[in-house]
Design a protein around this ligand. Structure first.
Ligand code: AP5
Ligand code: ZN
Length: 217
């Protein structure tokens, strides 16, 4: 199945997408991760995206849609895709409808992860990831079993994202409310929207998402 995880910065899209990838053999398609890779590689898309991401704004629809199109054309995407952080504007949602139709793919569910703004700021400011494998952690909510060592790969180098500072987070939240929140109504109208209380704990949300994926398979 193909599904979208919709939600503001810090809602847990990446955390849940990774868990679904492990459990169901689906592919995580995070436009944020793909853009950060493009920035690191210094591609033309990456050069255009860099400043916008540092400021907490949205990268242009054209760049993001091209990146998604390329990723969907890779063979492993046939197993089913979890869209994490895409679409983020109505124009992106319309483009995705077109891409899926062209490729003969379905959209099986859109999950809206619903949280409160103050909780998101706390989640983002406590977040870090393993530099070796990308597993995500949190100072309070998700600590490795052995302090300082990754549960997945044992790596000890951890990193924090450049856009996870208070000023940029405020801009990211503004962009979410202005440009992305309208997608909730867009997908509700299409009758594919499922609302999940993302203030719940990570495991409980995962259980709900597993049920949604199982039903969509
Ligand atoms: P992106 O990388 O997509 O960032 P984001 O949407 O801001 O989302 P985050 O990664 O911050 O949060 P998340 O929901 O994945 O939360 P996580 O699971 O890590 O985008 C970055 C930038 O790229 C954008 O600002 C934009 O510039 C650009 N961009 C990307 N896509 C674009 C697009 N389509 N169009 C245009 N521009 C685009 O969880 C956060 C923390 O909380 C973690 O530490 C986690 O352990 C913890 N946590 C998770 N769930 C829970 C829980 N239930 N309870 C307690 N703690 C929890
Ligand atoms: Zn690791």
């Amino acid at each position: 199945p193909n599904l979208i995880l919709l939600g503001p910065p810090g809602a847990g899209k990446g955390t849940q997408a990774r868990m679904l990838t492990d459990g169901h053999g689906l592919v995580q398609l995070s436009t944020g991760d793909l853009l950060r890779e493009a920035v690191a590689r210094g591609t033309s898309a990456g050069k255009a995206a860099d400043e916008v991401m540092k400021a907490g704004g949205l990268v242009s629809d054209d760049i993001v849609i091209a990146i998604v199109n390329d990723r969907l054309d890779q063979p492993d995407a046939a197993a089913g895709v979890i869209f994490d952080g895409f679409p983020r504007t109505v124009a992106q949602a319309e483009a995705l409808d077109g891409l899926l139709a062209d490729k003969g793919l379905s959209l099986d569910a859109v999950v809206s992860l619903e949280v409160q703004d103050d909780a998101m700021i706390e989640r983002i400011s406590g977040r870090y990831t393993c530099a070796g494998c990308g597993e995500g952690y949190h100072d309070t909510y998700k600590t490795p079993a052995k302090a300082g060592a990754c549960d997945q790969c044992g790596g000890t180098e951890m990193k924090r994202r450049a856009d996870d500072n208070a000023e940029t987070v405020a801009e990211r939240l503004k962009a979410y409310h202005a440009q992305t929140a309208p997608l909730i109504a867009y997908y509700d109208f299409k009758r594919v929207l499922r609302r999940v209380d993302a203030m719940d704990d990570i495991g409980a949300i995962g259980t709900q998402l597993n049920a949604i994926v199982a039903k969509a398979s």
